[in-house]
Unconditional design. Structure first.
Length: 94
C-alpha cells in the first residue's frame, strides 16, 4: 500500500470496559468482506437491534483496499484521483 501514499491502520491503545450487569454480547467474525457488503450487513444488524430482536453485537471485519469520502468531504480532499485509486484496485465510496 505504500505506493498509494496510504498508511496501514495501527493499534494506538486499548480500552477497558467494566460491565455493571450481565449482558450478552454476540461476536461476529465476517473475515475479509467488501466495504459495501459489510455496510449493508451492518444496517441490517442495526435494524434488528433497534427492533430488539437481537442482542448487542461486536463485528470483526477486514476490507480489501478501500477509500471512503465522508458526508462533508469533497473530491478536492483526495490526494489521488478516483481513477488512479480504481486502477490500483482500491474501491472508492462517497
Amino acid at each position: 500500500m505504500s505506493g498509494l501514499g496510504l498508511v496501514p491502520a495501527q493499534t494506538i491503545g486499548t480500552v477497558s470496559v467494566q460491565i455493571q450487569h450481565s449482558q450478552e454480547l454476540e461476536v461476529l467474525d465476517w473475515g475479509c468482506l467488501g466495504y459495501n457488503e459489510a455496510f449493508q450487513r451492518q444496517h441490517t444488524l442495526v435494524e434488528e437491534r433497534i427492533a430488539e430482536v437481537s442482542t448487542d453485537r461486536l463485528v470483526l471485519v477486514e476490507h480489501p483496499a478501500v477509500a471512503t469520502l465522508g458526508r462533508s468531504g469533497c473530491p478536492e480532499d483526495l490526494c489521488i484521483s478516483e481513477t488512479t485509486l480504481r486502477q490500483k484496485g482500491v474501491e472508492f465510496y462517497r
